[in-house]
Design a protein around this ligand. Structure first.
Ligand code: GAL
Length: 798
């Protein structure tokens, strides 16, 4: 078996080598030094003492929480600073006449790059992808040194956690001197109907003048690999501006939608006069159309569809900003299972993997560019780079992302300060124009926090295609009056607050935490917030209140909830030691809070019955019991076998509730439709912590160092019930073909470093994130805690 694997492996490398273009994963074999050393750019520098690692890498997440760190609480209180990376590599002598370039999907931030001591350039924006040509400076058949400096020391520079370092993937691209430009194929579908789709493919070619009689051959394959359209034509144009504009027709196209995200492959091949292949690039593409209507809201392929979106920051909890495709996929899966159909990449260009996954999984994307323009929100933020970099950054984002069928809105900014003065007019026009020149197929919006059209200069520019409103639910009923004839979407709503598994009564008295801009709240001594959906920041509103409104008005195309997941930083409403947000529908570890099931009951077709809270209270205490349900007419509640009555949702209700005098035992809910039981669920009074249970989201993962298995650690009583307030300290050990990548528990004020191998459970649960090693094999996982029966688990890495 092993042998066969090796043979296949070498075969595939050989084939790749013979191809016209080679895109190599350049993530392994880096050296890293935390701290500044300006000599490190030089080839002769001795990095033997530096740490060896693979990227993507985020050094901040490895650090200790400290309120004195210059990132401050808003960025999560983790260290930042300066870091250096070096990679020594060889380039074969046979590559001498090739064009070789390096692509960084993103470096956080202020990156500077040198090849063999030669300075390639600087890129301040930590979220943008960029590339440099290396060929003129390479030693062919010899050793080369790439040096990267990442400078995140200019703190504070963000309103949330950014991470530090080469936190996204790196690629080495080798192609012929004449080649398709980076992100050089633009696929769009100007005309789509059920009968046929016109697919436009515009290819830009670098170094055209070096060759004569080049042709671009373009083929569209369906998902089964069958050719469905092809064309060919000359590549022409002056100097480096050359290219081909082609149009193809796909008859009876399979449409891309959120329920059926059908993807075609578009392959562009450059061929020389003798028919020899010079370069080839393949892209996934989707055929769909959509519309925003001022009265009826959004529709996809002619079907009305409310945007049920969430805002997501880019961190992956305990993994920080370091990109693991599996971590992104897991977040998106959890969101999709809740019924989410759209993601807002707040407030920056995402990792390319997120867009690939959204294409594949069927999630629409509002792709956002900026959190500030020329006016700052933080002392050292991007406003400093605005003049020099914003046009280039925005152009690069659009060019990189415009092929993704998932991307349906460009956002040029979030709650931009220029809303409030006339400079907003000219900048908005300029930015919209920059986008439109590169892609006129999608509407451009900006997330506005000033709802009043008279006072909002970004709106007054007249350049937005779509009015994007943040919060201000109080005006939704009157929006048609304020914005006659305009298309409207909720770009950011809710900002409700919750800690998983914590409940403050009464459940139906809503607390605004904080109540206004000046008042400090007292809150709970343990920095928790109730999970009854009864707490929100003063600019926001609870989940239920907001969704009821959004649902009501057809002209309101939908919403993007702040936020799908908790994220690092911005721990409103608490001071230190709170260090991560309370806004998520799902906690930082990926465990859903109760309101997740409210959305699931509204947004999916599967029957839902979710009962809250837990059932460990003081004898005689009156407890607010709630149930979210769907696909049923009623829910009956039983305590230790006695009925406590049947409840039904009336009007726009989103849950049912009971007040119950606590007695220990079993609280059970039964949902029924037409008298038939649909679902039953129960919560049981748990005894003392007795044992640990481990369960992995995936028991087989891929070897190679990039895959992950998320292992849930539950603290159970003797009978196997989760103990809802257990906080036992768990030691977690990973041996064999895997490594521990991080631990979490979803508690927003836990200052244990994420890389630590022990962690307290929070409300009965903790999480261990296990990564594959390069080599496959068995991974043994064990969890122990003082006084508890330990647990073991084995998963496979192949
Ligand atoms: C919004 C802002 C978000 C986040 C949120 C917290 O105003 O756009 O980035 O700060 O508030 O409620």
């Amino acid at each position: 078996m092993k042998k066969l694997f090796l043979i296949l492996f070498s075969l595939s490398t050989a084939v790749a080598g013979a191809q016209s273009r080679q895109t190599q994963d350049f993530d392994t074999g880096w050296k890293f030094h935390l701290g500044n050393d300006s000599l490190a750019k030089s080839v002769v520098y001795n990095d033997a003492q530096w740490r060896s690692l693979n990227v993507p890498h985020d050094w901040s997440i490895e650090g200790k929480f400290d309120e004195k760190n210059p990132t401050l609480q808003g960025e999560g209180g983790l260290p930042a600073g300066i870091g250096w990376y070096r990679k020594t590599f060889t380039i074969p002598a046979t590559s001498k006449n090739k064009a070789i370039s390096i692509v960084f999907d993103g470096v956080q931030h202020n990156s500077e790059v040198w090849i063999n001591g030669h300075y390639l350039g600087k890129r301040p924006n930590g979220y943008i992808s960029f590339e440099y040509e290396l060929s003129p400076y390479l030693k062919y058949g010899g050793k080369n040194v790439l040096a990267v400096k990442a400078d995140n020391s200019d703190q504070p520079n963000s309103r949330w956690y950014t991470g530090s370092g080469i936190y996204r993937n790196v690629w080495l691209v080798t192609s012929a001197q004449t080649h398709i430009a980076p992100w050089g194929v633009f696929i769009s579908t100007p005309k789509v109907s059920v009968a046929q789709a016109q697919v436009s493919v515009q290819t830009r070619v670098d170094n055209v003048q070096a060759m004569k009689n080049i042709e671009a051959k373009t083929v569209i394959y369906d998902a089964a690999g069958k050719k469905v359209a092809e064309t060919h034509g000359p590549v022409d144009g002056p100097d480096n501006e050359g290219g081909a504009n082609q149009s193809l027709t796909v008859t009876k196209p399979q449409l891309w939608s959120v329920n059926k995200p059908y993807l075609y492959t578009v392959t562009v091949t450059l061929v020389d006069g003798k028919g020899k292949v010079i370069d080839e690039v393949s892209n996934k593409a989707g055929i769909r159309w959509f519309d925003f209507d001022a009265d009826k809201g959004f529709s996809l392929n002619g079907e009305p569809m409310k945007i049920q979106g969430v805002c997501l920051h880019h961190d992956a909890g305990a993994l920080g900003a370091a990109v693991y495709k599996r971590a992104i996929e897991r977040q998106l899966q959890i969101m999709k299972d809740m019924g989410v159909n759209a993601i807002r990449t707040s407030h920056n260009p995402p990792a390319p993997e997120l867009l690939d996954l959204c294409d594949k999984m069927g999630l629409l994307v509002m792709d956002e560019a900026f959190d500030m323009w020329k006016k700052k929100k933080n002392k050292n933020d991007y406003y400093k780079e605005w003049d020099q970099w914003h046009t280039r950054d925005l152009q690069d984002q659009v060019v990189r992302d415009r092929n993704h069928p998932s991307v349906f809105i460009w956002s040029i900014g979030n709650e931009i300060r220029e809303q409030f003065d006339s400079t907003g007019i000219s900048i908005t026009r300029e930015l919209v124009n920059t986008v439109k020149k590169l892609d006129s197929t999608r509407p451009v919006t900006s997330a506005l926090s000033e709802w009043n059209p008279e006072k909002n200069f970004i709106y007054k520019s007249g350049a937005l295609d779509l009015v994007g409103l943040n919060y201000h639910q109080e005006v939704y009923a009157d929006l048609k009056k304020h914005y006659p004839g305009q298309k409207i979407i909720g770009t950011e709503q809710v900002s409700a607050l919750m800690s998983r598994g914590h409940y403050d009564m009464p459940s139906d008295s809503v607390r605004m935490w904080p109540p206004d801009a000046k008042t400090k709240i007292k809150g709970n001594p343990d920095y928790t917030v109730s999970a009854y959906d009864n707490v929100a920041a003063y600019w926001g509103s609870t989940h239920e209140t907001t969704w009821k409104l959004v649902k009501k008005y057809d002209y309101f195309s939908g919403m993007f909830i702040w936020t799908g997941f908790d994220y690092l930083g911005e721990p409103t409403p608490y001071p230190w030691p709170a260090r991560s947000s309370y806004f998520g529908i799902v906690d930082l570890a990926g465990f859903p809070k109760d309101v997740y099931y409210m959305y699931q009951s509204e947004w999916t077709a599967k029957p839902v019955l979710h009962l809250l809270p837990h059932w460990n209270w003081k004898a005689g205490q009156t407890v607010d019991v709630m149930a979210y349900y769907s696909q049923a007419d009623e829910v009956e509640l039983f305590l230790n076998g006695r009925s406590l009555g049947i409840q039904k949702k009336h009007g726009d209700d989103l849950h049912v509730k009971w007040k119950v005098k606590f007695e220990p035992g079993v609280l059970k809910a039964v949902s029924r439709k037409g008298g038939q039981t649909v679902l039953t669920t129960q919560v049981v009074t748990a005894g003392a912590p007795y044992q640990i249970k481990l369960s992995a989201d995936r028991s087989a993962i891929k070897a190679g160092g990039k895959d992950l298995s998320y292992v849930t650690i539950s603290i159970l009583d003797k009978d196997g019930n989760v103990v809802p307030d257990a906080n036992n300290l768990v030691n977690f050990k990973v041996t064999g073909a895997g490594v521990l990548r991080g631990m979490d528990n979803g508690y927003q004020a836990d200052l244990e470093p994420f890389t630590s191998s022990s962690r307290n459970a929070f409300n009965g649960l903790a999480l261990g994130i296990v990564g594959s090693a390069v080599k496959g094999g068995s991974i043994s996982i064990s969890a122990t805690a003082a006084g508890l029966k330990s647990a073991n688990l084995t998963i496979q890495s192949r």
